[in-house]
Design a protein around this ligand. Sequence first.
Ligand SMILES: Nc1nc2c(c(=O)[nH]1)N(C=O)[C@@H](CNc1ccc(C(=O)N[C@@H](CCC(=O)O)C(=O)O)cc1)CN2
Ligand SMILES: Nc1nc2c(ncn2[C@@H]2O[C@H](COP(=O)(O)OP(=O)(O)OP(=O)(O)O)[C@@H](O)[C@H]2O)c(=O)[nH]1
Ligand SMILES: [Mg+2]
Length: 462
Amino acid sequence: MLSRHSDPIVAIATASGRGAVGIVRVSGRDVSQVLKALCGRTLVPRHATYLPFLDAVGQPIDQGLALHFPAPHSYTGEDVLELQAHGGPVVLQLLLARCLEAGKSTGLRLAEPGEFTRRAFLNDKMDLAQAEAVSDLIDANTEAAARSAGRSLSGAFSHEVHGLRDALIKLRMLVEATLDFPEEDIDFLQKADARGQLDAIGKSVATVLDRARQGALLREGMQVVLAGQPNVGKSSLLNALAGAELAIVTPIPGTTRDKVSETIQISGVPVHVIDTAGLRDAGDEVERIGIARSWDAIEKADAVLFLHDLTRVGEFSYDVGDDRIAERLQSVLPSPDRLVHVFNKRDAAAPPRTEDVPGRHVVLSAQTGAGLDRLRHLLLELAGWHAQPEGVFIARARHVEALQRCQAHLATATALLQGDDPALDLLAEELRLGHDALSEITGQFTPDDLLGEIFSRFCIGK
Ligand SMILES: Nc1nc2c(c(=O)[nH]1)N(C=O)[C@@H](CNc1ccc(C(=O)N[C@@H](CCC(=O)O)C(=O)O)cc1)CN2
Ligand SMILES: Nc1nc2c(ncn2[C@@H]2O[C@H](COP(=O)(O)OP(=O)(O)OP(=O)(O)O)[C@@H](O)[C@H]2O)c(=O)[nH]1
Ligand SMILES: [Mg+2]
C-alpha cells in the first residue's frame, strides 16, 4: 500500500480572496487522469496551453492556462499539473472540487500546509534550509528579509554549511584512520596537522554562526518595550518611531491601559515596538491589569526603553517612582544590558546632569524627533546587528542553535587534542557529533516530527 506521503495532492496555490489569476496545483506520481478529465487532452510538457477547464458533464468551469510538468522536472519532483484560472474564490473552489472528484480513484486528497515543498525536499529538489527559506521568503516583512531569504533559497546558506561539513568529514576520516591503524598514532595526526585543521574549521563555524545570527535577526526581529511611569511620553515615542498616530496621547496620566504594538524597521531589521500602560501603584482594576501586562511584556523583551520625564524630575534625573521601577526592572531582566534609559521631553527641559545618567541612555524629544536617530542606532547595537543586509542569508533560531552545538563539540575536540596522549575515540566521537549538528541544518539527519513541525507552519498550497 502507498503511504500517505505518496498520495496525489491538490490545493489552491494562490492566496485566498479575489485576484487577477488563481492557481490550482496537483502533484503526484501520475496526474494524467485529472489532466484528461479537466483539460480533455494531453499537454505538451512545460508549455502553457489555453483551454477550457471542464466540469463532470464536459461544460467549461473557466478558461485558463494549463501546465503539465512531468516528473521529475517539477517543483515537487513529482508529476505536477497547474491550472491557472481566473482568481475568484468560487471559481477556484469549483476547480478544486472538480480535481478531487476527477482524481478520486487515484487517491487524490487535499494537501496539508507545506506539503508540496515537503515533497520537493524529500525528492532532493532542495535541502531543508532551502525549504525553510521558501516559507521565510513568503513571510518576509522587510525588503532586507526578503532578499536574504532569496539568497538562502538559492543555496547560499546551504553552500556554507556544506563547506564546513566537507572540511569536518576530511578531519574525521583522518582521525578514524588513526583509530583503525593503531600503529599510526598521535604523531600521524600531528604530521597531518589535525590541530590546524580543527582550528580552521572552528574559525569558519564562528563566521557562519555570526552570519546566521544576523539572518535570524532579520527573520525574527527584536522586541522592544517602552516602559515607565504614566505621562512620561511612551505612547508619543511609539508614534514618533512608527511615524503614525497609533497610540492615544493625552496629558492625562494613565491614558494607555493596554499594550499597543507596531512593527517598524530600522535598517531592514524588524523591530516590534510595544507601548505599555504607565507603571504606578494607583489606578482602577482595568489599569492594574494593564500594568501587569506591561511587566509581562518587559520580561519577554530583548530591549526595554525606560522612559524618564525631564520636565518632572527637576534637578534630579530620577524621581522616587523611577527608583522603584528601576529596582524591579533589575530583578526581572535577565541582563542589565537589555535596559536603555530614555530621557524624554528634552525640548521642554534641560538635559540630565551627567552624574545622574545611568548606564546606557539616550536624551531625546518624542515631540520634535530630536535624538531619535541615536535611539535607533542604539537599538541595532543592542540587537547585535552589524551586517550589511546585502551579505546576509536568512536563518532561523534552529540553525543558530545547531551551529552553536557544532561549535561546542569542536571546542571539546580541541581540548582533547591538546593533551599529550589524546583519547582518539573520544575525539572521533566529538567530531561525529559536530558533523551531525551540521547535517541537521540541511536536513540529512532530521527526525520526522521535526519535519512535521517545520512544514506545518507553511501556508496551504506551498
Ligand atoms: N506558476 C508557478 N509559479 C511559481 C511556482 C510554481 O510552482 N508555479 N513556484 C513554486 O512554488 C516557484 C518557482 N519554483 C519552481 C521550481 C522548480 C520548477 C521546475 O520546473 N523545476 C524543474 C525544471 C528546472 C529547470 O528547467 O531548470 C526541475 O527541477 O527539474 C518550477 C517552479 C515560484 N513561481
Ligand atoms: N514637551 C514635550 N511633551 C511631550 C513629549 N513627549 C510626550 N509629551 C507630552 O506628554 C504627555 C504624555 O504623553 P504620552 O505619550 O501620552 O505619555 P505616556 O507615557 O504614554 O502616558 P500613559 O499612557 O499615561 O502612561 C502628552 O501631553 C504629550 O504631548 C516631548 O518630547 N516633549
Ligand atoms: Mg501612553
